[in-house]
Design a binder for this molecule. Structure first.
Ligand code: ZN
Length: 541
């Protein structure tokens, strides 16, 4: 049992905005009161619900490939030495599994959503997730270029497609559905892409990116998954893609949906020389559609590794930059491109990207609908979130940074005109309460009675300036796991999965398809639930 006294509590889900109030913990949950146990004096400190990352990449074959592709980064990375309760590991752009848990918890984040799992890599991904301590996890399974699903959409068999999706989710032991460049990754088999939402995808006559998007959104709604379809829109990273993004919002009319890393989808201009921010127009369209949530996918200057199932985009990025490039293929149904990258403030395109992420965070009015991410490790590493928080909370500091950009870049952005400053409560919303709600994790992102006791306590006025860099305490499931930025205890995280209803007959439909399209047998395809050593099945209601 544990009591936190004297702290200033920010718990926006329960309407608490900077109230001095005790928080009591027993058996890993928040309770109304405790009579005994340990007390933490949190006077002069702020108390937040543990951070929730709605979109990150921390485990799976692609991550291992990325680690292997940049050994120089790994050698230079922060090292975690082996101790009695801590495993050795490396920090860096793509931290190793154990280090990922230490770094997230060390920053005060206690739940992460691994946003791109190919079904065939799910077994490996769960093994890696098991090795990420301290944080709870969810996973999203890649579905928008699945041959079986696309063939069923082509045939107009939407009911059967729904049962296939339900079966695939449980086969992958996933929590939700991810759609990456719908139709474009399938077309990549022939070296092509899908740029137009309403034109048939390569190899099909009826299936379009739009029909995949609306089809999956409908299926996810029908299956009552806790998290809506999680969409990486077509034309990521390409000048002028704001038009595609807004048209995608139209396609999603009437459905719940989460638009991933919106920064990469809010550009104007006709080519790289005229590329500019279109954050104002995208934010306006987004503000008008309450069915949507999004995450920033913000960029910070410095090293990154771009990793995405959007294979055709990564090949283009390689052609544009001449950097190292790798492409993983997963049975021609999805894959992953990897390009290590450095965002430079003197580079016009990079400067615009840096501004667009912040502009969206400032122009989208409702903090409950846009969340703090960098699409780790694509825009920057997750352990740099405190830098973004500082930029959001301090308009003067932010404008100072804008003035350092090339003159030409400043003409293509609107960031210098934005005076909004995030409050501490806003930060608690975009980093915890909002993403928890969007993920449908009712026990996360708040400090009400019954919530998981994931609590982060920061000094209100840290000696070294920047808030949120080193929590004074991080409590995970009622256990004090971090003190003064150092990992003090290591616990295993849980994995949340869903088991949507599906017609048993769908197995007999799928079985004969496997020898035709996969190298793996039907029986070996699903991941057994026993593989997930701390699984918790969440309801679909
Ligand atoms: Zn991503």
């Amino acid at each position: 049992m544990l009591r936190i006294t004297g702290g200033t509590v920010y718990d926006p889900a329960n309407g608490l905005n900077g109230v001095v109030q005790d928080i009591c913990i027993a058996d890993g949950r928040i309770v109304a009161h405790v009579d005994e146990g340990h007390t933490i004096d949190a006077s002069g400190m702020i108390v937040f619900p543990g951070g929730v990352d709605v979109h990150t990449h921390v485990a799976g074959g692609a991550l291992n490939f990325a680690r292997g592709l940049v050994p120089e980064n790994q050698r230079a990375a922060r090292k975690f030495l082996h101790t009695s309760d801590r495993r050795a590991g490396l920090g860096g752009m793509t931290p190793t599994t154990f280090a990922t848990g230490y770094l997230y918890a060390g920053m005060g984040w206690t739940t992460v959503n691994e946003a791109a799992v190919p079904i065939l890599s799910a077994r490996h991904t769960h093994e890696e997730l098991h090795d990420i301590p301290l944080v709870d996890k969810t996973t999203l399974v890649l579905m928008a270029n699945n041959e079986i699903v696309m063939d069923l959409i082509e045939a107009g068999e939407t009911e059967r497609a729904k049962h296939v999706v339900a079966w695939l989710i449980w086969a992958a032991k996933a929590y939700g559905v991810k759609a990456v460049n719908p139709g474009g990754v399938a077309a990549w088999k022939w070296g092509k892409n899908a740029h137009a939402l309403h034109e048939p995808v390569e190899g099909y006559t009826k299936v379009t990116p739009a029909s995949i998007i609306s089809g999956l959104a409908q299926i996810v709604d029908d299956l009552k998954l806790p998290h809506p379809v999680h969409l990486h829109c077509n034309n990521l990273g390409i000048p002028g893609n704001a038009a595609t993004t807004i048209e995608t919002m139209n396609v999603l009319e009437g459905h719940r949906a989460h638009l991933a890393h919106l920064q990469f989808h809010a550009y104007g201009g006709d080519d790289w020389s005229t590329m500019r921010s279109e954050a104002t127009r995208v934010a306006e369209a987004f503000n008008a559609r309450s069915n949507l949530t999004t995450d920033a996918g913000a960029v910070l200057f410095g090293d990154a590794v771009t990793i995405t199932a959007d294979g055709p985009w990564q090949h283009l990025l390689y052609q544009l930059t001449g950097r190292k490039w790798g492409n993983l293929d997963v049975e021609n149904e999805t894959g992953c491109g990897i390009v290590p990258y450095v965002y430079k403030d003197r580079n016009l395109v990079n400067a615009v990207q840096w501004a667009v992420g912040l502009e969206l965070l400032l122009l989208i009015d409702d903090p409950w609908r846009i969340f703090l991410t960098t699409d780790h490790p694509n825009g920057a590493c997750f352990w740099r979130y405190p830098e973004i928080i500082q930029l959001l909370m301090d308009a003067e500091y932010r404008k100072e940074q804008v003035r350092k950009l090339p003159e030409k870049a400043q003409q293509r952005i609107v960031l210098a005109d934005l005076d909004r400053q995030y409050s501490l409560s806003d930060i608690a919303i975009i980093s915890s309460a909002g993403p928890a709600r969007a993920l449908g994790l009712s026990q996360k992102g708040h400090l009400g009675v019954g919530a998981d006791a994931d609590v982060t306590i920061y000094h209100e006025k840290p000696d070294d300036g920047r808030l949120f860099t080193y929590p004074r305490y991080v409590i995970k499931g009622g256990v004090i796991v971090v003190e003064d930025g150092d990992v003090r205890a290591v616990t295993d995280g849980r994995e949340f999965v869903v088991h949507p209803e599906c017609d048993d007959q769908i197995r007999e439909y799928l079985r004969p398809l496997f020898p035709k399209i996969y190298t793996i047998s039907f029986e070996n395809y699903p991941v057994d639930i026993e593989r997930l050593r701390h699984a918790e099945v969440r309801p679909c209601t």
